[in-house]
Design a protein around this ligand. Sequence first.
Ligand code: UT7
Length: 347
Amino acid sequence: MIHSRIAGLGRYVPEGVLTNADLERMVATSDQWIVDRTGIRERHVAAPHETTSTLALRAARIALGRARLEPEDLDLVIASTTTPDGLFPSVASLVQDGLGARRAGAFDVNAACMGFMSALATATQFIGAGSARRVLVIGAEVLSRIVNWEDRGTCVLFGDGAGALVLEASAFGGPLSFVLHSDGARAKQLYAEGPCGPRDGDGNGPSECYIHMDGPAIFKFAVHAMTEAVRETLASARLGPGDIDLLVPHQANLRIIQGVAKALGLPPERAMVNVQKYGNTSSASIPMALCEAAEEGRLDEGARVALCGFGGGLAWGSMLLEWSTTGVAPEGGGTRGVLAPAHRGGE
Ligand code: UT7
């Protein structure tokens, strides 16, 4: 069986920071309300010249450098986003070009906040089938461009950012099991219209593509759905919640994260939390959180990591990983690992 280890991780957020105090000046909200209900204190917002692909490229270069790989080593680039630079070409193609990954194929996936895990599952299957050895998987968003900045129910929640990882064929480690679920009948609970949507009698479509959301319905759904998805991946790997060393959930709301940890019987400190700094970055949130967990030294060799997410679709799921920085023997000696200094193509 071909395994696939994470060879390198990177993340990038734009410099611009929007604090809760800034939002108090924009809509009828308060720092206390936002912190109490969501745990979010600030989020990053892209500058006018930045796009999803420019953020993605920054994170990708870091991941590639830490993996000590050249762009030509990549067989495939998969990017997950709900906010592509345009309808086409794909963000993955723009990143492939920006890196100079001349051998790599490239495509995007869109499963809203579940996009990154869907992309990672796809990459795992490519490697497991022997169709690719090294796949760059990216989650990147400029959600600030589809947020209605006059709607206090949504504008306080979201932020911009990118996370990336290089998945590489290995002897052991990597994804042990995953589940992806969808219930499209609940589409209207969380959606953003696009320019290709339905027309009215005069041929007009939506002029603005904003995020619309039934917050309380999504909240209740999220805790139950993610908890059950984690249980499913554990069961198929013949493991239990006590075997989880670190839970890395989609960073949407601190109370949702705590609810999932509690339902699984995990102490709160076993869940990775960085939502306070970045808000909800949709498909970027899980790779950014995983990268930060690695940077903080929270992932030991052999650690079992449970990813879980939910979002528009509605879509939800989980993936169980075995953390390994040594799944592949070092080539030519030296340090080789997810956080090794980026020495080629990195920053
Ligand atoms: O990637 C997935 C994306 N979506 C999510 O993760 C959403 C999941 N849902 C949530 O995180 C929560 O439902 C929210 C944080 C969105 C809202 O928290 P809540 O505790 O469910 O509040 P609520 O929507 O039930 O609203 C309670 C009150 C309402 O006022 P009234 O009707 O009680 O007078 C809202 O109008 O809070 C009001 N409210 C606000 N007040 C101050 C809603 N947004 C705000 C705000 N500031 N930003």
